[in-house]
Design a protein around this ligand. Structure first.
Ligand SMILES: C[S@@+](CC[C@H](N)C(=O)[O-])C[C@H]1O[C@@H](n2cnc3c(N)ncnc32)[C@H](O)[C@@H]1O
Ligand code: SF4
Length: 362
């Protein structure tokens, strides 16, 4: 099959809203049935439009494990997973069970991503996360002893007052609970702690010593455990998102497009698929910018030949001044094949992008 896509399905429901989280979701579950029906309609409608095969699937949210098995079953009967390499579901420690894990596996899901965030009761409380150390430990034990597929756990770092030793302990616990992949997200700016560099260093060293290789700014994986779905985002491969607030970027007949689904549950369920999203044609230079932003997150660096092939621009000619300045400070290196950040340089990625984008826009 030629048209392989990465498909994201957004389940916009959570049992509770966490105070730090910006993802679109609602705690009003009275619309779950209608949303699932509309998602099934989207799968059929956009499946016919693109004649796609699903390469990677990500059922995220919100909290997919919050909705019942019968809804998940309905969703999956509409999906053709015969070409799928990886199928991930996001789960919350409060809404998993052995039975659910077996059920997901039987549906064809082979990767689980659970938001643990922290094992410290005070930190969980501080960030407004409705969970406890005991709930998180018990959920990890269930996953480790029962889940047959790959495992990712999410942690949140750099919470005000968080200690280096807490982070080290959390990572060691996740390793014990069979993590193949660990995502460590720094809490968004307004809450950030003062000892951030120390925490980041401890995170990297601990993960490295346990065999997790950093392959993206916030993501660490053991061998063959990288998230194939997220790699599709970072490589700006064709991906499509369905469900309220979901977005997608794809290339059709050499033209690039972005679609965004409406972030409103009532409007989403009351509109037909073709009226529930906005579409924007992305100009080649904007696609080159998007690709630079996404691809520079990868630790292996930007493959210059791939950049040229995909975007039609030679990156070294697009941002020569930025490259020269950052090379002089030893923050990046141009190898025969890649633009690669040094470990100090990758921590200043945002600044690099500000300078690169302003050079492009000059
Ligand atoms: C959609 S949620 C995960 C699934 C599930 N709803 C849960 O909470 O367990 C995705 C992840 O984004 C991260 N996240 C959300 N908001 C964040 C923020 N403001 N700062 C850092 N990480 C955040 C959390 O680690 C969370 O697990
Ligand atoms: S972190 Fe997860 S459970 Fe909390 S509000 Fe966000 S999506 Fe919902």
């Amino acid at each position: 099959m030629d048209n392989l896509f990465s498909l994201y399905i957004h389940i916009p429901f959570c049992e509770n809203r966490c105070s730090y989280c910006d993802f679109f979701s609602s705690t009003d579950d009275s619309f779950v049935g209608s949303v699932v029906d509309r998602l099934c309609e989207d799968i059929r409608f956009f499946g016919a439009e693109f004649d796609w095969g699903v390469d990677t699937l990500y059922v995220g949210g919100g909290t997919p494990s919050f909705i019942s098995e019968s809804y998940m079953e309905k969703l999956f009967t509409n999906l053709d997973l015969s070409n799928v390499r990886e199928a991930t579901i996001e789960v919350n420690p409060k809404s998993i069970s052995k039975e659910k894990l077996d059920f997901y596996w039987d549906l064809g899901i082979n990767r689980l991503s659970m938001g643990v965030q922290s094992f410290d009761n005070n930190l969980l409380k501080q960030i407004g996360r409705d969970s406890t150390k005991d709930i998180n430990i018990s959920a990890c034990q269930t996953v480790a002893s029962h889940w047959k597929g790959k495992i990712n756990y999410d942690l949140i770092n750099c919470i005000e007052g968080q200690k280096k030793d807490q982070v080290i302990q959390d990572i060691n616990l996740l390793h014990q609970y069979r993590a193949g992949h660990i995502s460590v997200y720094n809490l968004t700016l307004n809450h950030q702690s003062k000892n951030m560099p120390e925490i980041e260093k401890a995170t990297e060293q601990t993960l490295k010593s346990l065999g997790y290789k950093k392959y993206e700014i916030s993501n660490y994986a053991k061998l063959n455990e990288k998230s194939q779905h997220n790699l599709a985002y970072w490589n700006l491969d064709n991906f499509y998102g369905i469900g309220p607030s979901a977005s997608g970027t794809f290339t059709k007949n050499k033209k690039h497009y972005r679609r965004e689904t409406i972030s409103d549950i009532k409007k989403y369920i009351s509109r037909p698929p073709e009226k529930s999203y906005t579409e924007e044609k992305i100009q080649p230079i904007d696609f080159a910018i998007d690709y630079l932003i996404m691809n520079s997150r990868l630790i292996e660096g930007i493959d210059l030949a791939k950049y040229q092939k995909k975007c039609g621009f030679d990156l070294t000619k697009l941002i020569p001044q930025t490259i020269s300045k950052w090379q002089n400070y030893s923050l990046i290196k141009i190898t025969p094949t890649h633009l690669k950040f040094s470990s100090k340089g990758i921590n200043q990625l945002n600044q690099f992008l500000v300078e690169a984008l302003s050079e492009i826009e000059k």
